[in-house]
Write a protein that binds this ligand. Structure first.
Ligand code: AMP
Ligand code: MG
Length: 343
């Protein structure tokens, strides 16, 4: 397939992309979290094309994206809790799961009676959705099993020739996928941490349950809340090990490991002396005190290690779980297959 690359998100580019979506095609577009791979969320064929382009199992549900808070009425059975969350955090990096209406095909929800809904704040995504006038089903625009794309270059690497168009809108702001919450009557459960933090959700909603698989390895006989949760995500080529210890112990371990060419070091700016930080097998994620920057840089770093042929394993400090740090922790611990070494 010939993939059209819109190098500038001009008005005509967005209009053309909206038309592609309306006619059943696939368009990758920037959002404030990661790039999305969109298709018509009312069209089972478009959903099938998304799964095929990503190589994603079709029981892993998609998120539908709409332009306005009130659009949810057409596709979901909403509740006062939806409006409370929506009015506080939307548009923005949060996805809400609610019972679906009949117009949303099971191909989009992975066979579930619920649907995930998000309203991106990114101006290009917003214009695209407003012009398309359909709910746009969009997972992250990466091949299944690869880190989510946070730049158009990442999308080009994974999706060129597999979809109809890509809109280049520059780097994504947050760099980690949306926070996902499930609403059940008056109960809220966090299913995936993101830039809308657990602390913020608790401040607004009171009690918020946390799905244990966010931070802990599921048991062998675990039956997931959503089919998608059984799949391994965010897997770089090299084996990742997270180091759990004092700042000094972790620094000492990384300082020793940096001399091994086959070990990739993923750490904070100030963990190693400058002479070591500039080594080709070291990638830094900003200051340890700034988890927002860490989130922003994380997936690009994991992709960069994928391109270093000599690197067969990666060492990184176990992140803090506060604020957006919980999202970083969750992505890294899954990338590591829960391999944490106490030092
Ligand atoms: P991605 O689009 O790549 O960010 O992944 C979307 C994720 O949203 C999936 O892996 C699911 O875990 C989750 N999801 C989407 N729809 C539902 C749903 N109806 N119930 C539970 N989780 C969902
Ligand atoms: Mg994804």
């Amino acid at each position: 397939m010939n993939t059209k690359l819109f190098t500038e998100p001009t008005e005509t580019a967005v209009t053309e992309a909206a038309e592609i979506l309306r006619s059943g095609g696939l368009v990758a577009f920037p959002t404030e979290t990661v790039y999305g791979l969109g298709g018509n969320g009312l069209d089972p064929d478009a959903a099938r094309k998304i799964y095929a382009a990503k190589g994603r199992p079709s029981d892993n549900p998609l998120i539908i994206h709409v332009a306005e808070i009130a659009d949810a009425e057409r596709y979901c059975i909403t509740s006062p809790l939806y409006y409370k969350i929506a009015e506080h955090f939307m548009p923005g990096p949060i996805t809400v799961i609610m019972p679906k209406r009949d117009c949303i095909p099971y191909e989009v929800t992975g066979g579930l009676d619920t649907v995930a809904l998000r309203i991106p704040s990114h101006p290009i995504a917003h214009r695209l959705l407003a012009e398309a006038k359909i709910p746009v089903a969009a997972p992250s625009a990466n091949l299944s099993g690869r880190p989510s794309p946070t730049t158009a270059a990442h999308v080009i690497t994974d999706m060129m020739g597999r979809i109809n168009a890509i809109i280049d809108g520059g780097d994504c702001d947050f760099g980690v996928e949306s926070t996902i919450v499930k609403i059940d009557g008056k109960h809220v459960t966090l299913l995936r941490p993101g830039a809308v933090t657990l602390e913020e959700l608790r401040e607004l909603c009171g009690e918020v349950a946390v799905d244990p698989t966010i931070t802990e390895k599921p048991a062998e006989n675990f039956i997931p809340l959503a089919p998608g949760m059984k799949y391994r995500h965010y897997a770089p080529r090299a084996h990742v090990t997270l180091l759990d210890g004092s700042h000094d112990a972790v620094t000492a371990c990384l300082t020793e490991a940096v001399n091994h060419e086959d070990i990739g070091i993923l750490c904070y700016d100030d963990m190693l002396p400058e002479a070591l930080t500039s080594r080709s097998n070291v990638i830094t994620l900003g200051k340890e005190s700034d988890p927002t920057e860490t989130a922003h840089k994380l997936f690009a770093a994991l992709r960069a290690f994928d391109d270093m042929q000599q690197v067969t394993s990666i060492l990184a400090p176990l992140p803090d779980k506060k604020g957006i740090g919980l999202a970083v922790y969750n992505r890294l611990i899954k990338a590591a297959g829960f391999d944490v070494k106490k030092i």
